[in-house]
Design a protein around this ligand. Structure first.
Ligand SMILES: NC(=O)c1ccc[n+]([C@@H]2O[C@H](COP(=O)([O-])OP(=O)(O)OC[C@H]3O[C@@H](n4cnc5c(N)ncnc54)[C@H](OP(=O)(O)O)[C@@H]3O)[C@@H](O)[C@H]2O)c1
Length: 316
């Protein structure tokens, strides 16, 4: 068997998690830690990265493939000195499943008025609120990739009408889909908007006042709800706040923000019908990330094509 090529790890995740996962990963492969400033990375051929050090690509000039520590690659595509080599996104059932759990949880929370009931609970108020059914609402999912498609299917199982929008039209059983040019038609049918888009030059700031004003008003919840777990750079937060204040939006669930951590003075923290989670909808499982990278490296070494390679021109 030819000598196994070194893999460099540069993940700004919690160190104990990375250490624990590395203890049982890449068996038989030499693993180098970029966090050790004295280690020679010149022989490294593969890199598993998330927010790597500025000088990683200078220290490791012979890389063949980069593995993203997450499903999104916007952080990677904007790195200085990024080499022109394939970038593999992290795609894994654990990530997909947990994202769908978060999306379904948020959709049901707004459907069943959880923020209003929690407020009543704190005020010791016993008052039943009017209750539409999931089938009375249309959830529109923006971004029908790995995560968007799974979320759409699971929302459908819960009984929602589900429609979806993506750059190229998708065929998904039981779900009406729209392509990039049909945004207006899609929005005018949407009572609950779910954002699962990557951050690219085309999607930056896409969730703005103009978009919110095109969502359907007068649906079963009276006003539309905005749910975003894609990337914060896709939402104009001042417009989200203004739309919530003026009633263009009736509620929101946000996992991602223009600036993270969300600044303590953001009005979003205190708004009654807003659910905030700290970019935690679906964190990468480091063990699964390493298993995935190893499987892809083995494919590459056998001359098989890599999977889930980023299209640099499209930006995702
Ligand atoms: N909050 C969290 O914890 C968390 C965790 C993981 C991922 N994420 C975010 O979720 C994003 C989506 O992940 P994924 O694995 O589903 O990505 P993916 O498989 O690459 O899917 C991206 C989807 O967005 C669509 N899209 C991209 N640009 C578009 C545009 N300009 N107009 C219309 N549609 C566009 C794509 O359309 P086509 O199908 O036509 O290509 C595709 O359907 C990631 O990029 C990441 O930012 C967040």
């Amino acid at each position: 068997m030819p000598a196994r090529k070194p893999i460099v790890i540069d993940l700004k995740f919690e160190r104990s998690q990375v250490d624990a996962a590395l203890a049982n990963a890449f068996s038989g492969w030499p693993v180098l830690r970029a966090s050790d400033p004295d280690v020679d990375l010149s022989e490294a051929r593969y890199a598993v990265i998330w927010k790597p050090d500025q000088n990683l690509f200078r220290r490791a000039p012979n890389l063949e493939v980069l593995f993203s520590g997450g499903a999104g690659v916007d952080h990677i595509l904007t790195l200085p000195d990024l080499p022109d080599i394939p970038i593999v996104r992290f795609v894994d059932d654990s990530l997909t499943t947990r994202m769908s759990e978060w999306v379904v949880l948020q959709a049901l929370s707004h459907l069943r008025q959880v923020p209003a009931y929690l407020k009543q609970q704190r005020e010791r108020q016993w008052r039943e609120l009017s209750q539409p059914e999931a089938k009375d609402l249309t959830v529109g999912v923006m971004g029908l990739g790995v995560l968007g498609q799974d979320s759409a299917r699971k929302l459908k199982i819960m009984g929602f009408n589900v429609i979806g929008w993506s750059r190229s039209r998708k065929a998904i059983d039981g779900i009406e889909t729209f392509d990039g040019a049909e945004l207006d038609a899609f929005l005018s049918r949407t009572d609950m908007l779910v954002g699962l888009l990557p951050l690219t030059p085309d999607t930056r700031g896409i969730f703005d006042a103009a978009l919110f004003s095109r969502l359907r008003q007068g649906g079963a919840l009276a006003r539309p709800v905005f749910i975003n777990a894609g990337r914060g750079g896709s939402q104009v937060e001042a417009d989200v706040v203004a739309a919530l204040e003026s009633g263009v939006l009736g509620g929101a669930s946000l996992d991602v923000f223009e600036k993270e951590p969300l600044p303590t003075d953001s009005p979003l923290w205190r708004m009654e019908n807003v659910i905030v989670t700290p970019h935690a909808a679906s964190a990468s499982d480091v063990r699964a990330l390493f298993r995935n990278a190893q499987a892809q490296i083995e494919r590459h070494e056998k001359g098989e094509p890599l999977q889930n390679v980023v299209d640099r021109r499209a930006g995702y």
